[in-house]
Each structure stands twice: as structure tokens, then as C-alpha cells.
Write a protein that binds this ligand. Structure first.
Ligand code: ADP
Ligand code: ZN
Length: 740
């Protein structure tokens, strides 16, 4: 801090979008920096806040003094403070909300006490052979413990008990004999320490990979580093490029962030990173305990790790010398946060790279329209990997017209003859199969054949899905469940029909045509336990199952060399969503899924069952022709004035009284009609596609503009002045993922 900077501008931990100026007393001058957390007098009490700027003068007179500084170094690195400001402008939220996004709540909340654990080690000078001899055969458990410690000294007591399969008493007995020492140790909670990983070697790159890596490394030498779209078909070796680019960063003394869509779903990718970089990597799982999260955050903030890998919030990892941000599967909708502030971590990565002059690599086999559009507009550079790195063949894909099948068979079928034959074939050859259906549960609705009653949730305008295993009706919106009725709740008739297809029924149907197949079902119903996902995948990879049935949860980042057949049972589920991105989602899903097949020596085949076989997105996917898909899709978007050719802003109104919600939306619309600039288009308010969710009614207004930042600023201002009933809430979604 220079001698003239004596004023700290502070954002206070309150829901006010305002900053306040304070004088910095002499004795704190060295410690108060941008990003510091400080305690300041506020009204009659004192509060904590964050310093967002240091100034020589303030336009306010008679300033109070900063009382204290929290911690040894700023909680928010200076450049992240600037990013926070940008988030608040762009995503139309308060600075306080933006600040919340920057820091995990456990860090914002204050200190978590370091965790002490009992550790066990061999006593100094103990001779194992003699000790074992003395124990003889009388104390086999104690002998086990000693042998374990001889191989692996200094382990936690809990861990030791688990590995040696003993209670505490034989361990205490050894302590009494002075063979071992038990002591308290303060330990950084490293949630990954227990998982062993094999180191991986750097692979010699093929020409395409080498060119891509060169482009990434060259960017580091530039005054303005690049954003690079790494568009490589599945299996083209993108991950190896990331790994080597990160190594180059480490060599330059720079730090890297790797974003993955959802960390629990990408265990194999994570293991490759840990295998290469070991301890200098911090893995930010979503199910870390508060203590673990605090420790990981601290390890990054104090510079003891150099690489952070995690889902979207990892983009805010508090590095100070960031060289590279990798966004893997950049097209994934899960990068968009569905809570406030509704940011897209991919776009934040690009902005952070801009503020901190870090290279940004967006990797994908199916670029988001936005990203390819930015390549065309010259904003991003493009690196292409056209062939698979392991020289495996690209899978082949065929489309089966289910309408034709239904006509031939006299009624709709779950499996076409083509898929049935292919399934039988694969199983006879001892190969594995994956079947995808993007809907869980057994039957999608329950209907009374006599009076026509259908069971739906009271809190949501959503029909119940029947889950047979638990014999319950479940609302997929709010999770509400109830016992499945035996007779119609309206007319008491027993003639109830369950129809529609979910993964649970599909798994049963597979058994119907292949009674001996070993079928594993994976969806969010069966994968509720903590390690269920990892265990299931391991079992499948080990060949304990023949067929994996699942939702698209299983479509991501997995390598199963023995899978030769992938079946998409009902492609229309994603295709028929009433959303402008439905075609894009379908294309992405199919290409991702196809990438799962034939990763070993065996070629893969994909069968897509659909009722709309001539949909352009499907046809391009079948050819795995992204360029064709992009050309068609971008034309349509341009014609309809949809992103990426323009920006959207969605204002949603929500409340328990439908009248009030609709009325507020109308008022807002009328309020804006008079003032809105010509460059913005606005739809009149309409009910959302799902009107009632969790007991609240939803209405929306959609804005379209090419100048999103000025629209955001404008809407934020308006929201500050607009009068609305207390029990109606307005939320703003900038660049929404869908406009349902
Ligand atoms: P992607 O991330 O593009 O889907 P991966 O990085 O997972 O592709 O690579 C697919 C497979 O090819 C992996 O098994 C990987 O080990 C292998 N691979 C990647 N690069 C090379 C290379 N240069 N030489 C040999 N094998 C490679
Ligand atoms: Zn519900």
C-alpha cells in the first residue's frame, strides 16, 4: 500500500449493493490490501466486510476507522475482486451476491478449527522381528498390527483399525508394551489421501496433439493470451494435451485450474490428473465436508498446491499466478449455476483468463454453438484433433425408425429387431453393452382407464412417475412421494394403467429378451450412496455385468474398452423438449454416447431408436458431422434471432399467489415498455412451461439483445426502483440455458 492510499472502500456483509469508505489506521496500513477481510464499525455495532478498493481520498467526510484485519493475507486475491465486479454487472446481481460466489461459505463464515487425529507409529528403536517373536502365536491381532505398521508407518488410528480389521484394544496393548506410540497430530484433511493412484507417464504426442499443445504454450508468450477451443473427437487425446499444458505451466511457475462438469461423474479423468501430478493438486469435490473444503481452499490460497480441479466453483480458486484454465466438456449445461448468481463457469473462465492474462482452453468433442461462433468471429482460436489418439476406429451409428417398427408389429415396441439382434450378438461374443434412456423411474404416468384421472403432484404442475421397486409415485420436480394407489383416487375403479418408459422398466425389459444377461442399472435413484457410482463403474469395467442401463448420467468421460454396442432407446426424449437448444442437446448427447463405444481394439456400433428419424440434428449425429450440424443450426438460430447470434435475459416472477405473480409480471412489462431502448426486444409475460413448482407459480418475460451488458445494467437499475408485492420474487437469468 502506498503512502497516499489511506482510505479503504469496503463491501459489507449485508444484502446491500453498496460500498462504504473507511480510514485505514497507521498500524493496519501494511495489512489492509484489496481483497482483505476487515472488521469495521457499522451503525451501532461492527461488521465484517471486504476491501474492494484503496483510495487516496473519499468524497465522504468524517470517515470511521477500520478496526481489524482478518487473517494474514487477503481472502480474495486482488484480481478476483475485479472479477466479482464484472459478475455483478454482467449477471445483474448485487456485489454481495457476486462476492458470495467467489468464496466458499465456510471461508466466508470464518475459521474452522484444524482437525486433530490420533496417529500410530512404531516406537523408536523397536525391532520388529524380536517383537513378533515375543508375541508368538498368543496375540495374532497385535502381530497383524505390527506387520502393517512395519510396511506403512505413521497412519491414523482409525485407518489402522480399518486396514488391520481390529478394534482399538490390540493397538492399546502394543502401546503398553511400548512397541508403538499413539499421538495427536494436526492434519490437513486430505479427503483423497486414502485413494491410491498409479503414476502415469507423459505420452509422446501425435502431430495433431503436438500442434494443439504448441498453440497453448505459444499463448503464454503473448501480451494478451488466447482463448483456445480444443475441438477434438472423443478419444482424440485432449486430456493428454491438458496434462502437458499444465506441466508447461508448472515449469514456468504458474498455476492451473481444470474445470470438469461434475466431479463425481468423472472419476477416471480425476485419477489421470492425480496420477500425473500427485500432491500438488487440489480436488474440489462437491461433497467435501466444511472442514475439508476449508483446508483445500487454504492450500490453494497459501500456494501449497499448484493445480485445482473441480466443478464450476473451482473457477474461483484463489490462485495468484494463474497461467491456464482448462474447461473440459465446455459445452456442458451443468457449468451454468442454477442459484444466484446464475453464472456460466465457462464464460467466467474466459473472463478470469482475460483479467489475469491466463490462457483458457475449452475442450470438447461437440463445441457449444457459442464457442464455435466465437471462433468464427475471431475471438477464440481453434485447435482441432480429428482422429482418435489410440488409433481405435470411430464408431458407426445407425438410426432405426420406431414408427415403422410400431407399424409392422402392430404396436409401439421398446426394442426394435435391430437392437435385439445386436444385443444378442454382443453378448454371445462376450462383449459389453450400454443402453441409454433419459428418464428414470418405471412408468411415466398413472392413469385411470375409467374416469381418465392422472396422478400429479399437488405442489407442481408435473405428473407423478411410478417407481416400481419402492412401489411409490414420485414427483421428479420436488421429490414428493406417495404410495401408489391400488384403485383410482377419484372413482375407486381398479382399472389403473401405468404407461411410459423409464430406466427401471427398461432394465426389466432387457431381462425379458435376454434372461441370462447380467444387467446393472445406473441412475440417480440407484446411485444415492456416496461411493455407489465408483463401485458400479468398477464392477462394470471388471466384467461383472453385461449390460449397463442408465440415464445420460453414464454418458460422460468413461472408458470401457469392452463396450462395443451402445443403444439409445428413445432419442426423442431430448429432441422433443420445447426449447431452442433441443437439437444441440441431442447432437451432443449422441456424439458423447457414441464416444463410449469401441474404445479398445473392437470397433463400436451405436443404434439410435427414434420416431423422428429425419431430424437434421440426428442425421448429422449419425454421420458424426459437427460441421454440418453447426451450419444448419447456426442458420436456424440466426433466422430466429436466438443465441449465439444474440443474447437472452430471462426475468422470472415467482410467488404462491398466481394472481399476484401474473400481476407483477404485467406491471414490470408495462413499466419497461415506455423506457426500453430500441436495441432490446421484450416478450409479454407468459406462464413458464411448468407453471407451478414446489408450490410456487412461475411467470416469465424474455428479453433479446445484442448488447447484454447494457441491458443487465439497465434491468438492475429498474429493479432498484420497481415496486412489487413482498411475496412476489423476481429473479434474473442472463444467458439462460433454456427458456422453458
Ligand atoms: P479425449 O480426452 O479426447 O476423449 P483421451 O485423452 O481420453 O481422449 O485419450 C483417449 C485414449 O488415447 C486414452 O486411453 C489415452 O491414454 C490415449 N492417448 C492419448 N494420447 C495418446 C498418445 N499421444 N499416444 C498414445 N495414446 C494416447
Ligand atoms: Zn412436486
Amino acid at each position: 500500500m502506498s503512502a497516499t492510499d489511506r482510505i479503504a472502500r469496503v463491501i459489507v456483509n449485508l444484502a446491500l449493493d453498496q460500498t462504504f469508505d473507511y480510514r485505514v489506521p497507521e498500524d493496519l496500513a501494511a495489512k489492509v490490501q484489496i481483497g482483505s477481510k476487515v472488521t469495521i464499525p457499522f451503525g451501532k455495532s461492527s461488521r465484517d466486510g471486504y476491501v474492494v478498493a484503496l483510495l487516496g481520498t473519499s468524497e465522504f467526510g468524517d470517515l470511521k476507522e477500520v478496526q481489524a484485519v482478518v487473517g494474514d493475507r487477503p481472502l480474495i486475491p486482488e484480481k478476483l475482486v475485479a472479477l466479482g465486479q464484472w459478475i455483478s454487472d454482467y449477471y445483474c446481481c448485487s456485489r454481495e451476491q457476486a462476492t458470495h460466489a467467489l468464496l466458499p461459505s465456510v471461508v466466508r463464515g470464518g475459521r474452522v478449527s484444524p482437525k486433530k487425529q490420533k496417529f500410530v507409529r512404531l516406537a523408536d528403536n523397536v525391532d520388529i522381528a524380536t517383537a513378533l517373536e515375543k508375541l508368538g502365536t498368543r496375540a495374532p491381532r497385535q502381530a497383524d498390527v505390527l506387520r502393517l505398521l512395519a510396511r506403512n508407518n505413521n497412519v491414523s488410528l482409525a485407518n489402522l483399525e480399518k486396514t488391520a480389521k481390529v478394534t482399538e484394544s490390540p493397538i492399546r496393548a502394543l502401546e503398553e508394551k511400548k512397541y508403538i506410540v499413539i499421538e495427536d497430530q494436526v492434519q490437513a484433511r486430505n479427503p483423497n489421501a486414502s485413494v491410491a493412484v498409479l503414476p502415469t507417464q507423459t505420452l509422446p504426442l501425435n502431430d495433431e496433439q503436438a500442434d494443439a499443445l504448441q498453440m497453448v504454450n505459444d499463448s503464454a508468450g503473448k501480451d494478451r493470451r488466447d482463448v483456445i477451443l480444443l475441438y477434438g473427437v472423443t478419444g482424440s487425446g485432449k486430456t493428454e494435451v491438458y496434462l502437458q499444458a499444465i506441466q508447461a505451466c508448472l515449469d514456468r511457475g504458474e498455476e492451473s485450474i481444470v474445470l470438469v462438469p461434475e466431479i463425481a461423474l468423472t472419476p477416471q479423468t480425476i485419477e489421470r490428473f492425480r496420477g500425473r501430478f500427485g500432491d500438488i493438486i487440489s480436488i474440489l469435490h462437491s461433497h467435501l465436508s466444511d472442514g475439508e473444503r476449508y483446508d483445500e481452499w487454504t492450500r490453494i490460497n497459501d500456494g501449497s498446491v499448484k493445480i485445482a480441479i473441480g466443478a464450476r466453483s473451482a473457477v474461483f480458486a484463489p490462485f495468484r499466478n494463474l497461467g491456464l484454465i482448462v474447461v473440459d466438456e465446455e459445452h456442458e449445461p451443468s457449468y451454468k449455476q442454477d442459484r444466484l448468481p446464475r453464472y456460466n463457469a465457462r464464460d467466467i473462465a474466459v473472463m478470469r483468463g482475460h483479467f489475469e492474462n491466463a490462457t483458457v482452453v475449452l475442450g470438447t468433442a461437440t463445441p457449444a454453438l457459442e464457442s464455435m461462433y466465437n471462433v468464427e468471429g475471431g475471438k477464440y482460436r481453434l485447435a482441432r484433433l480429428n482422429k482418435r489418439a489410440d488409433d481405435a476406429l470411430m464408431p458407426t451409428m445407425e438410426i432405426v425408425d420406431m414408427a415403422e417398427v410400431a407399424m409392422k408389429e402392430g404396436r409401439p415396441q421398446i426394442f426394435s429387431q435391430r437392437l435385439t439382434n445386436a444385443l444378442q450378438n454382443a453378448l454371445e461374443e462376450g462383449e459389453q453393452v450400454m443402453l441409454f434412456l433419459n428418464r428414470r423411474g418405471y412408468a411415466t404416468h398413472m392413469q385411470c382407464l375409467k374416469c381418465g384421472f392422472t396422478a400429479g403432484c399437488d405442489e407442481c404442475t408435473v405428473r407423478f412417475t411410478y417407481h416400481r421397486q419402492v412401489d411409490r409415485l414420485v414427483c421428479h420436480m420436488c421429490g414428493e412421494t406417495r404410495t401408489a394407489p391400488q384403485t383410482c383416487p377419484e372413482c375407486n375403479d381398479a382399472n389403473i394403467k401405468y404407461s411410459g418408459l423409464g430406466t427401471e422398466k427398461l432394465a426389466g425389459a432387457v431381462k425379458g429378451i435376454l434372461p441370462h444377461a447380467r444387467v446393472l442399472r445406473m441412475d440417480s435413484d440407484t446411485m444415492t450412496r456416496k461411493n455407489a457410482y465408483r463401485e458400479a463403474l468398477t464392477a462394470f469395467r471388471a466384467g461383472d455385468y453385461d449390460i449397463l442401463v442408465g440415464t445420460q448420467m453414464i454418458a460422460k468421460g468413461l472408458h470401457f474398452p469392452n463396450v462395443t454396442l451402445v443403444g439409445i432407446v428413445f432419442a426423442d426424449l431430448t429432441l422433443n423438449l420445447p426449447d431452442f437448444r433441443a437439437g444441440e442437446r441431442t447432437f451432443q448427447l449422441l456424439v458423447q454416447v457414441a464416444g463410449r463405444a469401441g474404445r479398445g481394439e473392437l470397433p463400436g456400433h451405436v443404434i439410435v431408436q427414434t420416431y423422428t428419424p429425419f431430424h437434421p440434428a440426428l442425421m448429422s449425429a449419425a454421420k458424426q458431422d459437427y460441421d454440418e450440424f453447426y451450419e444448419n443450426e447456426i442458420d436456424a438460430r440466426r433466422l430466429l434471432n436466438f443465441p449465439p447470434c444474440t443474447h437472452l435475459l430471462l426475468a422470472q416472477f415467482r410467488g404462491e399467489q398466481e394472481q399476484a405473480v401474473a400481476g407483477t409480471a404485467d406491471d414490470f412489462f408495462r413499466f419497461l415498455t415506455a423506457h426500453l431502448p430500441d436495441s432490446v426486444q421484450m416478450t409479454p409475460p407468459i406462464p413458464c412451461a411448468i407453471l407451478k413448482k414446489r408450490g410456487s407459480f412461475h411467470y416469465q418475460i424474455l428479453f433479446t439483445t445484442e448488447r447484454i451488458v447494457s441491458l443487465s445494467r439497465y434491468i438492475k437499475q429498474v429493479l432498484g426502483r420497481f415496486k412489487k408485492p413482498k411475496d412476489v420474487f423476481i429473479s434474473i437469468d442472463v444467458d439462460p440455458m433454456s427458456v422453458l
